[in-house]
Ligand binder design. Structure first.
Ligand code: FAD
Ligand code: SIN
Length: 541
């Protein structure tokens, strides 16, 4: 097998596959992925992809909805790109073979929280699976795209890995590929490339309850950060309001999602005594942006000391519920719950990282030769809170842009690839204390959930920070003396991501979007306005 290539793509969700397919039109690509090729957050996406596809809708409306949800931190130019290039990317997905749900011969467009218009294309409630199927089908047919499964990227390669160039200043370095663990044969390989694309998805596994599958251990953020690339906005972790509540004996490593499209379809949130409560929090009620809904649920649960609340869809026609949400209906039925007749127990769960590796409008990171696309990237489109169904769209739009710019620039990557040594694990031992990994992973998830969840405070953040520092020291010591294995690499990355989340959260001295602190109950603008009111009153009295 060949281990040097023009472009190395890490990850096989929508961002990795779409980038690889586009780049394979003009260059050789190796795509590595840590499990089988379909396993990704993408594969679990339910609601759909937001885009302006109806004549009565407009780019301006989608731009405004995105910016309002983002609580003042979106980059308008990136949002404009996202929205205006969206429809062409959806058409490409259809051309590749994606079958979206249709109604009367047109795409069936539905609505979710924060959208002022029904603009979400979907494949019933299994949109991600259908998109992933179509992309994998296409990728499998391309000769110059080689997909290597069960291969976990450990670290990016730059000049700092060489013996003669290791002191090169950060801003002159280039990313030349990655060291990867062949999980099946338990050996480390180096893959060299002119260009590397991180498409490693999110970090939901930092938390105890998450909608993200086990692959979402934040590897990309951590690898990029260690290699010196800039990351930003890591404090903005989106909790999805409605994950299916399962009691703590459940062995699932991730929570099953009850799509926001269920609320778009008329679902109503109810508290433990059956009251619909969202009107007490926002005029948009159950369809307010996610940060507001998740916080309202958290508040209601704490008020009555409840472990979960309810989502009610029983007032809708049974046949319509089953027709629109066959996956959710069947999954709940398998747990003994008939959602056409019974309330669905729900609880918020970590869902999406709005921040990430800082990129420009062509997915270029601050490290030469390194691109980032999909959830791992921070393009500026989500600000402090992502609008529902904008994530798959972002992955498509910015992966396409990465491919365009790589096409025009790959031949400019100058000079020879420097001599990169093989992975050196001499002096390390075969692991015999895996309990350290399982225990520390549990501990990390527990305190991140308790201290760095939906509601935060300075005290909780400081407590988390101290625990992260301890874990970091322990894990690094273990890492240095042990032959690497998958859960060790992942825990090391989870600890680094937790550090980045807490560090960013401590720097933000306000409450905004998904970052809500008891010590700063207002945004900076609101605090200034409040100060002015208080001072005026004081001066007049
Ligand atoms: P992913 O799809 O997560 O793919 C990451 C890939 O990288 C995987 O193949 C993984 O195995 C691989 N990988 C990770 N680390 C490594 C490593 N170290 N080495 C090698 N490979 C690695 N968004 C929407 O817009 N609409 C929706 O309806 C929607 N529904 C969702 C429902 C659920 C349950 C979840 C969890 C998310 C949902 N989202 C939705 C969010 C959206 O699915 C994700 O943000 C998006 O799929 C991310 O795509 P991605 O390609 O960046 O990452
Ligand atoms: C959902 O279906 O509720 C998830 C949509 C999203 O995360 O954008």
């Amino acid at each position: 097998m060949k281990y040097d290539t023009d472009v190395l793509v890490i990850g096989s969700g929508i961002a990795g596959l779409y980038s690889a397919i586009k780049i394979a039109e003009f260059a050789d690509v190796i795509l590595v992925t840590k499990k089988d090729r379909a396993e990704s957050n993408t594969n679990y996406a339910q609601g759909g992809i937001a885009s302006v596809l109806a004549p009565e809708d407009s780019f301006e409306k989608h731009i405004n909805d995105t910016i309002i949800a983002g609580a003042g931190l979106c980059n308008r130019n990136s949002v404009k790109i996202l929205v205006e290039e969206g429809p062409d990317r959806i058409k490409e997905l259809i051309d590749i073979g994606t079958k979206f749900t249709e109604k009367d011969g047109n795409l069936d467009l539905v609505r979710e929280g924060g959208h002022s218009f029904s603009r979400i294309v979907h494949a019933k409630d299994l949109t991600g699976k259908e998109v992933e199927r179509a992309l994998i089908n296409k990728a499998n047919s391309l000769n110059n795209l080689q997909i290597i499964e069960n291969t976990l990227a450990i670290d990016l390669i730059t000049e700092h890995n060489t013996s003669n160039l290791k002191n090169m200043p950060l801003n002159n370095r280039h990313c030349w590929g990655a060291y990867v663990l062949d999980v099946t044969n338990n050996c480390v390989k180096k893959i060299t490339s002119k260009i590397t694309i991180l498409a490693t998805g999110g970090l939901g596994q930092v938390y105890l309850h998450t909608t993200n599958p086990s692959i979402a251990t934040g590897d990309g953020y951590a690898m990029a950060y260690r290699a010196g690339a800039k990351v930003a906005n890591m404090e903005f972790i989106q909790f999805h309001p409605t994950a299916l509540y399962q009691n703590s004996n459940s062995m699932q490593n991730h929570s099953f999602l009850i799509s926001e499209a269920v609320r778009g379809f008329g679902g109503i949130l109810r508290n433990g005594v059956g009251e619909a409560f969202m009107q007490n929090y926002d005029s948009r009620r159950d369809l307010a942006p996610r940060d507001i809904v998740a916080r309202a649920i958290d508040f209601e649960m704490k008020k009555r000391g409840e472990d979960f609340l309810f989502l009610d869809i029983t007032h809708k026609k049974s046949s319509d519920i089953i027709e629109h949400f066959p996956n959710i209906y069947n999954r709940c039925l398998s747990e003994g719950l008939d959602i056409t007749r019974e309330l669905i127990p729900i609880v918020p769960a970590a869902h999406y990282a709005c921040g990430g590796i800082l990129v420009d409008e062509f997915a270029r990171t601050s490290l030469s030769g390194l691109y980032a696309t999909g959830e791992v990237a921070m393009t500026g489109v989500h600000g402090a809170n992502r609008l529902a169904s904008n994530s798959l769209l972002e992955a498509l739009v910015f992966s396409n842009r990465a491919a365009e710019v790589i096409k025009n620039s790959i031949n400019l990557v100058s000079g020879e690839i420097p001599h990169i040594p093989e992975w050196d694990d001499s002096g390390t031992l075969t692991p015999d204390e895996k309990v350290i990994i399982t225990h520390n992973t549990k501990e990390l998830k527990q305190f991140m959930s308790d201290y760095v969840g939906i509601v935060r405070s300075n005290l909780r953040l400081r407590a988390a920070s101290r625990r992260i520092a301890n874990l970091y020291v322990e894990i690094e010591e273990y890492y240095k003396k042990t032959k690497v294995f998958d859960s060790l690499i992942e825990l090391r990355n989870l600890v680094t991501c937790s550090h980045l989340i807490v560090k960013s959260a401590m720097l933000r001295k306000e409450s905004r979007g998904l970052h809500y602190s008891l010590d700063y109950q207002f945004s900076k603008e609101e605090s200034i306005a409040l100060d002015t009111i208080i001072q005026n009153k004081y001066q007049k009295s």
